[in-house]
Design a protein around this ligand. Structure first.
Ligand code: DGP
Length: 116
């Protein structure tokens, strides 16, 4: 059984966060340390630590993350200019919180994918 992270508390609303969307499968909230004018995290409500732990039964929630990304990008007014979706995995991928999350970044030109 994987260890819960701070994101489980955000899903259960046990700690404050700026939640933009929540349903039975996913939750979306603003990143506490925004790297762009719009920086939102979209996560499955089920604790899946990394992409390496994804199973076929998770496909509905993982697909929902994309439809929620589309919806939020439109609401944020960044859909036309464009945005970036990122899922970091393990240490080389820069993952800090071990509960899968999709970063939705936009609102400015983001430049090349890899800065370093
Ligand atoms: P990553 O490096 O991909 O694991 O990104 C983790 C992100 O999670 C990072 O951009 C900051 C964000 N984050 C960490 N703790 C909190 C929190 O308590 N609340 C919110 N809203 N975001 C958090």
């Amino acid at each position: 059984m994987a260890e819960e992270t701070i994101f489980s508390k955000i899903i259960r609303k046990e700690i404050p966060s700026d939640i933009l969307y929540q349903d039975e499968l996913v939750t979306a909230f603003r990143d506490i340390n925004p790297r762009a004018p719009s920086h939102i995290l979209i996560i499955p409500n089920k604790l899946i630590p990394t992409v390496n732990d994804v199973e076929e039964e998770d496909e509905l929630a993982l697909g929902r993350m994309f439809t929620v990304a589309r919806k939020i990008a439109k609401e944020e007014g960044i859909a036309e200019d464009g945005y970036r979706l990122i899922v970091n995995t393990n240490s080389y991928g820069g993952q800090e919180v071990y509960h899968i999350h999709m970063h939705l970044l936009g609102g400015r030109p983001l430049g090349p994918l890899l800065m370093s």
